[in-house]
Design a protein around this ligand. Sequence first.
Ligand code: AMP
Ligand code: GLY
Length: 447
Amino acid sequence: MSSPFFFISTSSDYIEYQIFVSKCIQMGNLDMKVLVVGGGGREHTLVWKLAQSVRVSKVYCAPGNAGTAGIGTNLPISDNDIPALLTFARDNNIGLTVVGPEVPLVNGIVDEFEAAGLRIFGPNARAAILEGSKVFTKELLYKYGIPTAEYHRFTDASKALDFLASNTVYPIVVKADGLAAGKGVLISLSREEAQQGVKDMMEDKVFGNAGDEIIIEEFMTGPELSMLCFVDSKTAKPMVSAKDYKRIGEGDTGLNTGGMGAISPNPLYDQELENYCLENIIEPTLEGMRQEGRPFKGILYCGIMLTESGPKVLEYNVRFGDPETQVILPRLETDLVDIFEAVIDDKLAELDVRWDKAAAATVVLASKGYPEAYPKGLPITGLDEVKGSVVFHAGTSEKESDTVTSGGRVLNVTTRAYSLEDALSASYQNADLIQFDGKTIRRDIGS
Ligand code: AMP
Ligand code: GLY
């Protein structure tokens, strides 16, 4: 898509140019059509990055948003409509499909594409269970001695309520086993709150079948970090670190959201911590999955809490984080298509995955009311005034040539700079230029 421009003024530029030419010859394919599945800020970032690849001629996004429409072509196909996505990919000679959200992965999109001989990046359904079932993941972590919170599992509401009646330690955490759009975790400060959570999940089925089974888990404290890795059948390569701000309110207060902002690098993260987490968490998890006959490939996202007794797993996701992707991918130097293909072909060990030394920050502009009910269809102004940041769209759509809100998280104002301070200050300055009714921002991202 983007044409490669080379300004050859030094001998090192010439060497770069020769490397580029030889790569093109090796790859043979400089005309790849790519399909990105999903329609949020993470997918806009993926489309933006993939469009920069010298190997990509066209990017489609299903269903996409107003931001992805400005780079590629949006398709009126839901991200969960696997038959329609497969038909599109087959009929349109898509060379690579990349899946953003977890639901199609858990529902087996990778299995179906692979069975049809199509190239797709992500874990198959047997491996995506790491996100699809919290009970499966807890049992795996315990079986393979990987540090995580203590837990009890329940398929019967009355047994869960009995357990809470005799439990004296609060807060406690109640989690629905299955996928609940990021809302299935309840931090209960009191017995009454926990009991209400159990009733909501198991009796009133507020998360549908996801609450057929629940876990009740020890409440841990400590700073959190998100560790994301590219993973093929043999190798895991960590990405640069990120920190996500999950609560709606400043000072980490209020309801949990998908994420109100993110920074990279995470100031808490260093090489020693990365090595520790790789050796004690990531590698044993991947080995466990291999031993269980569920080899994992794709993105492994590990939510970790740095407790007083060491790093412990909060959760696994089987996809890129949102909004972590918005600050991680701008720092990637290696061609993302090369990485996705190396994973698919189990050649990740041979690829040099390079990152820049910069910092990045993203600030989310959300709708008033999010993460609960919020209005839609409100006009957005000021997008053209933004300078020095990239605005990744999340919940936006086009209406009669206007850009309007269509989701809870609306936009991600993202900046890459030499320092985190500069990145944050540019993101906030630009965020202030954009307006829509009820615009909601956390002012303490990165502080
Ligand atoms: P999860 O979707 O499991 O990552 O949970 C969402 C958020 O809930 C995490 O990022 C933590 O902030 C919090 N959380 C989950 N499990 C626990 C736990 N056992 N102790 C304390 N906080 C937790
Ligand atoms: N930002 C958290 C997630 O993507 O699950």
